[in-house]
Design a protein around this ligand. Sequence first.
Ligand SMILES: CC(=O)CC(=O)SCCNC(=O)CCNC(=O)[C@H](O)C(C)(C)COP(=O)(O)OP(=O)(O)OC[C@H]1O[C@@H](n2cnc3c(N)ncnc32)[C@H](O)[C@@H]1OP(=O)(O)O
Length: 398
Amino acid sequence: MATGIKDKVAIIGMGCTRFGERWTDGAEDLMVEAFVEALQDAGIEKKEIDAAWLGTCFDEVNVGKSAIPLAQALKLPSIPVTRVENFCATGTEAFRGACYAVASGACRIALALGVEKLKDTGYGGLPGFDTAMGTLNRFILPNFTAPGGFALMATRYFAKYGISPEEGKMALAKISSKSHRCGALNPKAHLRKEVSPEQVLKAPIIAWPLGLFDCCGVSDGAAAAIVTTPDVARGLGKTPVMVKALQIAATSGEEMLTTRWDGTYLKTTTEAAKRAYAEAGITRPREELSVLEVHDCFSITELVTYEDLQISERGRAIRDINEGFFELDGKIPCQSDGGLKCFGHPIGASGIRMIYEVYNQLLHRAGPRQIPDPRLGLTHNLGGIPSFSVCSVGIFGL
Ligand SMILES: CC(=O)CC(=O)SCCNC(=O)CCNC(=O)[C@H](O)C(C)(C)COP(=O)(O)OP(=O)(O)OC[C@H]1O[C@@H](n2cnc3c(N)ncnc32)[C@H](O)[C@@H]1OP(=O)(O)O
């Protein structure tokens, strides 16, 4: 078994732009904004960075295809710069590259930056997914949309566990309402309006049973992380936020094609989580984790992820939702920054944005969203669609 990178990598600086409609800012502006905050937070000079990873996925128009846009935007000296892309797990993929480089000893200090500028590309969950999926969508899944794919997960879940549409939709509405409450407290979030569960239920349907407020937003934004070894971090006088685990799992889609997979769970999440818990030494996630940032592209994805991460028992997530388990003042707050739902989802930036919130929570910098005594935080970033997915799970602590 691989030994992993537990306690071999420390985060010393992070930055994140305000997500949302950034019509007047180019991708370069967003990259610079996130980077400057991270660099100031780390208290280092740019020339100390040995290598950088750029994560960007759908937006070749505004960002570009190679790693050069990052080098140009940040005016990096001639260091190795790599561009990575892994659907919506792109941000975490960039972070993984930087962490592995530090853990291997190849780099002393490395940068990961994720960016996407989606609003002016016309991208949306309904139109535009064909661009993202390329020929796969046009020829194999011609009618597929992201909301449509995840809506099926909801109907399958309701059917499997005997949940009425009213009960199921109310549980999903409570998830979104909770994230909107957190997003309203966050000055960097895109959609900062509180909505009640009743308002969620009355919103226009996007793909039944998912309505407008069950969907994440389409946003512009960037986020950055600077990582190094724990020794270098301590030498710089920093309180390092340690990477306790970083795991990623991908499926080729064989679940959908060759097994009796019923669409109510993601094997990639369960596998990545299982390995991450082993790496971090966690045996009772429900008791040991303090805060979660999960890939809530749609409310049903968040519900299913509670179970896939072994926080809620299979088929019992709705009970936890009704008991307020994931609320900001609950046992394990989930999406304390508003999540993809309200912070927004500029694809390549989202994974690093999740780490940004956990980092700030662990350092007691989350302002009105601060949870009392966070010890271990988990991020979960999902790329692809339920049947063809790549999931990453990161665990962080002091
Ligand atoms: C791909 C992977 O690897 C895995 C994944 O993560 S899949 C997820 C990929 N992302 C998506 O699918 C995005 C999903 N969301 C959407 O497509 C769009 O938000 C939507 C279709 C739900 C709505 O888009 P739209 O109808 O064009 O909305 P738009 O015209 O921009 O805005 C209308 C209003 O609704 C609000 N709004 C838009 N989206 C919203 C949302 N998701 N939640 C709450 N409010 C929203 C806007 O702020 C605006 O409000 P005002 O009138 O008060 O200004």
